[in-house]
Write a protein that binds this ligand. Sequence first.
Ligand code: ZN
Ligand code: ZN
Length: 182
Amino acid sequence: MPLIPLLPIFHRFNRQYFDGLLVRDSKPIVSIRWSDGRLRNTAGFYRHGKKSNGTKVCEIVLSSPILENLPSSALESTLCHEMIHAWIDLVLKVSEGHGPNFNARMKLINSSQNQFQVHIRHQFPVPLKKPKWLAICPSCGLSSPYKRLVKRIACKKCCDELYGGRWHSSCVLNFEPFSIEK
Ligand SMILES: [Zn+2]
Ligand SMILES: [Zn+2]
């Protein structure tokens, strides 16, 4: 599914909720883009500063893996949330995170329409990153993460080393539910 272009929504929100202040000389003062497939821990973020290589960055990034399959209200809510951060930083020039300015603007936007609601925390399901299974070789003890249980799969290393590359029941992996202590 192609990703929805973000700029038209940005311009509309900028006019409706930010008095046009996030655009100067008809150019957004913050850049907006979709993430690649790896941004899975948050629906979106705003950042302004320097990257590790020294280049300046001021952008809103929205997570394509989290938002692409959700209704458009999820995208609108996330984009609007990050635009409030950009507005506080670039227009009000205050450093506050989710402080009084954020809350006031969020309430104003939420009460002015019923298409979407902005929240302090993005409330969308984050796809599971951790594997469900750990497969352990009874022969060499090596364990590897697996997303799904695979029946009668054998340890490649042991089959190669002990059985000339042929499948052997003595190195069929044992699957255990994956758990991380946290
Ligand atoms: Zn935020
Ligand atoms: Zn093995």
